[in-house]
Write a protein that binds this ligand. Structure first.
Ligand code: HEM
Length: 370
C-alpha cells in the first residue's frame, strides 16, 4: 500500500516536471517569435474598441462579489482574427474583453474565440498544432487534423468567412474557469459574448466545403474588398454614432461530488449541453469608439487578470484540460517580448490594404485540397 502511494506520488511529480519543461520550451519559442516578428503570437489582425460594461445578471446566477448587480466598468474590446492579416480570410475570430479602459492591468480579462470547440484541448495537442503552424499552416495542418478528428471538427466549427460585421458574431471562452459565489461554492464556468439583438444565428458561418476544409483559408478568388474591410467598416459605423451592444453571458456547472476525479467535460473540446447548462445573462456591454492603430497594438489581454473569486484552475500534466490555460498564463512573456520590441523599434503601423503588398501571406500553394 505504501509502495503504491509512493509510485503514484512519483508519477504525479513526473507529470508536473514534464508540464513545467513543456511550458518553458513553448514560452521561450513564442516569446522569441513575438520579439523577432514584432507581432502577437496569435490573433495578429485586430482592432481595439472602447466601451462600458454594466453587470445585469440573471436571477439564476449565484450572487457574486465581483459581479455585483449594477456595477459598471470602463472597458476595451479587441476584435481579432487568428492569424492572417486579411479580414477576408477564413479564420477564427475573437473578442477579448478587458474590464478597464487601460492597455494592460485590469480586474478581469476574458479572451473569446468564435466557435464552441477549439482546435486543441490541452498542452499536448497545442504543441502538436503549433508544430504544424510553424511548418507553414495550410496543408501542413492536415496530418494533425487526420490524427485528431476532434480538431478537424473544432476547426470547422470555429472559422468564419465574410461575417456581416465583427459585431454580429458569437465569441466564447471555450476553456473552463472557476466561479466562487457568495455561497462559497466552487463552480466551473464558461463565458460568451453575443450581439444584441441576437436571433440565435450568427453570421459568417462556414458552408459545408469551408467547414470540411478549414485549413484552406485564403479569400475567395473573386474577393475585391481590401484586407482591412471589416475593421474599416467597424470604425466608420462607430464614428457615425452607431453603438454596438452585446450581452456577456455565463454557463455554470458544479463539479462532481468526488473532486479527485477530473470530469472529461472540463476539456474545451466538450461543449456543454445548453439545455442543462444554459448561458445566463451576466452583463450588458456597449461599445462606442474605435481606438487608433497604435493604441490597439499597445493593448494586451491576459487571463491572469482575474479576482480570486474567478480563479483559473491549476493544471497537473500536459494532458490535463487546465494545461491550456496554464500555457496561456505563461504566454504573458510573449506579450512582454512584443512590447519590449515596440519600445526599441516603434509600434507597427496599419496593415497594408493590398494583397499585392509583400507582407501578405497566402496559405502554402495547393493544387488541390490535400
Ligand atoms: C482555447 C484556448 C485559447 C483561446 C480561446 C485563446 C484566445 C486568444 C485570443 C482571443 C487572443 C487575442 C488577444 C488579443 O486580442 O490581443 C489570443 C492571443 C494570444 N494567445 Fe491565445 N487562446 C487560447 C490558447 C492559447 C494557448 C494554449 C497559448 C499558449 C501560450 C496562447 C497564447 C496566446 C498569445 C501569446 C497571444 C498573443 C498575446 C499578445 O501578444 O498580446 N493562447 N488568444
Amino acid at each position: 500500500m505504501i509502495e503504491h502511494k509512493f509510485f503514484l506520488a512519483l508519477a504525479a511529480l513526473f507529470d508536473r516536471v514534464v508540464l513545467a519543461l513543456s511550458t518553458l520550451g513553448i514560452t521561450l519559442l513564442i516569446a522569441l517569435n513575438s520579439f523577432i516578428g514584432k507581432v502577437r503570437m496569435s490573433h495578429t489582425n485586430g482592432i481595439t474598441l472602447r466601451g462600458r460594461l454594466r453587470v445585469n445578471a440573471d436571477a439564476r446566477v449565484p450572487e457574486h462579489d465581483f459581479f455585483e448587480q449594477g456595477r459598471t466598468f470602463g472597458c476595451r474590446v479587441r476584435h481579432g482574427a487568428a492569424s492572417f492579416n486579411d479580414d477576408a480570410k477564413l479564420v477564427v475570430r475573437s473578442a477579448s474583453l478587458k474590464l478597464s479602459d487601460t492597455r494592460g492591468k485590469s480586474p478581469l480579462d476574458l479572451l473569446m474565440n468564435t466557435g464552441r470547440l477549439p482546435l486543441f484541448w490541452n498542452a499536448r495537442t497545442f504543441m502538436q498544432f503549433m508544430r504544424r503552424s510553424i511548418a507553414g499552416k495550410g496543408k501542413h495542418y492536415v496530418p494533425y487534423l487526420k490524427k485528431h478528428p476532434q480538431a478537424a471538427i473544432g476547426g470547422g466549427d470555429s472559422v468564419r468567412r465574410d461575417p456581416v460585421s465583427l459585431h454580429k458574431l458569437v465569441y466564447q471562452t471555450q476553456t473552463s474557469f472557476g466561479f466562487i459565489g457568495r455561497d462559497d461554492v466552487f463552480r466551473y464556468c464558461r463565458y460568451r459574448l453575443v450581439p444584441v439583438p441576437f436571433d440565435g444565428v450568427e453570421t459568417g458561418l462556414p458552408d459545408e466545403f469551408d467547414r470540411k476544409h478549414a485549413w484552406l483559408q485564403n479569400p475567395l478568388p473573386d474577393e475585391t474588398r481590401n484586407r482591412n474591410y471589416l475593421k474599416d467598416a467597424t470604425r466608420q459605423a462607430l464614428e457615425a454614432g452607431e453603438v454596438m451592444r452585446y450581452k456577456l453571458q455565463i454557463q455554470l456547472r458544479l463539479p462532481p461530488p468526488d473532486s479527485t476525479i477530473q470530469p472529461e467535460w472540463i476539456a474545451a473540446i466538450v461543449a456543454w449541453d445548453e439545455q442543462a447548462f444554459p448561458y445566463l445573462d451576466l452583463a450588458d456591454l456597449e461599445v462606442t469608439e474605435a481606438m487608433s492603430v497604435r493604441e490597439s497594438n499597445l493593448t494586451w489581454f491576459d487571463i491572469s487578470h482575474h479576482p480570486k473569486t474567478l480563479p483559473v484552475p491549476k493544471a497537473r500534466s500536459i494532458d490535463d484540460a487546465h494545461s491550456l490555460n496554464h500555457l496561456r498564463m505563461a504566454g504573458v512573456w510573449a506579450v512582454r517580448a512584443r512590447l519590449l520590441r515596440y519600445l526599441l523599434t516603434g509600434v507597427p503601423k496599419a496593415i497594408p490594404e493590398s494583397r499585392k503588398a509583400k507582407d501578405w501571406v497566402g496559405v502554402p500553394p495547393m493544387a488541390n485540397p490535400p
